[in-house]
Write a protein that binds this ligand. Structure first.
Ligand code: F6R
Length: 361
């Protein structure tokens, strides 16, 4: 049942304020400015002993894991990174007892992720799951974890589950942070930010008509460049994946800082750029990157917290705490990908060559 929407993708994008509300519900502890995640199976002493976190997933879940790794480093100050599960499991990784492994999956059935979890467990590692589908293979195989509570996701292209997975990582990061060195004040600051998300998501979704107009403006592109820095970079990668999956327009994502090391050669009017420009300590650096693109006659669509003069168009998104900005900045670009694909007559819920859960190698 699409509830009045023309596609599941549109329905699922539109459900995100409620979905985020669901992942937060019942977990916030105002007294200690922390969150409780019932199924983690990791007590405070064990959490303090974690020296590294390695996040494994595929596709969109891998991108959510990249933002998750940044959140964990920022809030809990534990070294963390994300890697495609498929690559991890074939490079004979060093499995370290002080590392906590986190497997991320919407379906909980992705074979490469499941196989990585099984290999890790065979070697005695502790593995948590950040999974959407309750009782799925990865959820069962993990030592503990947290459910993402996005609700059923039918469209092959993941949208609401991406957002909820990142929020689930923010909760995990806050939980670990408050067991370690995150202050009460910072814990409260992040909690207040989390509580603002559902309303801010509704605000972004209310701008759909404008995003649809912008999608038409860029629909002639043969290829698009997506750029961002640090917090904005995984957002750029995910937005680029969304556009190519659903519209079949070629897209690339780069850290804005890498442009001058090669990809700047591609910039011309037929290759527009989408720039993720949060209002944080890298704002001036991002502005400089946009200037470089303008100097090569590139068109720019910015996603930012204020109108960007260097850009041809800006989608303004509401500001949250710096650490939580990536949760919101990708949402307008889900709508951008959707409207581009719709105008091109694509099979939005079932893009060619793709399957919802990849249970084969
Ligand atoms: C992207 C997409 C895929 C999946 C990937 C992992 O929109 O749907 O890239 O994210 O196949 O799937 P899960 O999260 O089910 O493990």
């Amino acid at each position: 049942d699409m509830g009045g929407h023309d596609t599941y993708m549109h329905k699922e994008i539109s459900e995100q304020a409620d979905a985020v509300d669901r992942v937060l519900r019942g977990r916030i502890d105002d007294r200690f400015s922390t969150v409780h995640l019932g199924g983690l199976n990791l007590d405070a002493r064990e959490a303090r002993g974690v020296r590294r976190i390695k996040i494994l997933g595929c596709g969109t879940s891998y991108h959510a894991g990249q933002i998750g790794a940044q959140l964990i480093e920022e809030l809990a100050r534990i070294p963390a990174d994300a890697e495609p599960a498929s690559e991890f499991r074939y490079r004979n990784p060093v499995v370290d007892p002080d590392t906590l492994y986190v497997a991320v999956s919407q379906s909980g059935e992705t074979y490469d992720v499941l196989a990585a979890v099984q290999e890790l467990k065979r070697k005695g590692a502790r593995v948590l799951g950040v999974v959407n589908v309750v009782g799925s293979a990865i959820a069962r195989e993990a030592d503990g974890g947290t459910y993402v509570h996005a609700g059923p996701e039918v469209c092959v292209v993941s949208t609401k589950c991406f957002t909820n997975t990142v929020v689930a990582f923010a909760l995990l990061a806050l939980h670990l942070g408050r067991i370690r060195d995150l202050s009460v004040a910072d814990g409260k600051r992040i909690i207040d930010g989390l509580r603002r998300l559902p309303e801010q998501i509704s605000e972004i979704l209310a701008g759909e008509d404008e995003i649809k107009r912008l999608a038409a403006e860029y629909a002639d592109a043969k290829s698009m460049m997506f750029i961002g820095r640090v917090r904005g970079y995984p957002v750029a990668r995910e937005a680029s994946l969304k556009l190519k999956e659903v519209s079949y327009i070629h897209a690339e994502a780069y850290p804005a800082s890498e442009l001058k090391h090669g990809p700047l050669a591609l910039i011309e009017p037929a290759m527009p750029t989408v720039a993720i420009v949060p209002d944080d300590d890298l704002l001036e650096k991002n502005r400089a990157a946009m200037e470089e693109i303008k100097a090569r006659s590139g068109r720019i669509l910015a996603v930012a917290h204020q109108v960007q003069e260097k850009a041809d168009h800006t989608i303004v998104v509401p500001k949250n705490e710096n650490e939580l900005d990536p949760i919101l900045m990708g949402i307008p670009l889900q709508l951008f990908a959707y409207h581009t694909a719709l105008a091109m007559g694509r099979d939005i819920d079932k893009p060619r060559n793709l399957a919802k859960s990849v249970t084969v190698e």
